[in-house]
Write a new protein. Structure first.
Length: 75
C-alpha cells in the first residue's frame, strides 16, 4: 500500500498524494495534508497489519491460527 503513496515537498512542506486513477485530480490523501497525524496513523496501522499477517502466515496448527485470528479480530 505505501508504494502507491507519492510524497513530495512544496515550499518545504511534505505533501501526500494518492491519485484516484478513475477521477483525474482527485487525491485520496488530501486530508493527510491538512493534518499530518492522519498519515502517521496510516503508517502505524499498516505496520501493525503487516505484523499481524506475518504472524498469521507463520502460525502452524488450528490452535495457533485461531489464536492469531482472535488477536487480530477479537474472540
Amino acid at each position: 500500500m505505501p508504494n502507491f503513496i507519492q510524497v513530495t515537498y512544496v515550499a518545504g512542506q511534505k505533501v501526500y498524494v494518492i491519485p484516484n486513477e478513475t477521477t483525474v485530480g482527485e487525491n485520496f490523501a488530501e486530508k493527510w495534508n491538512e493534518d499530518p497525524r492522519r498519515a502517521e496513523a496510516f503508517y502505524e496501522w499498516h505496520e501493525n497489519v503487516v505484523e499481524i499477517l506475518e504472524a498469521f502466515v507463520m502460525a502452524e496448527g488450528e490452535d495457533a491460527v485461531s489464536a492469531r485470528l482472535s488477536e487480530a479480530f477479537g474472540s
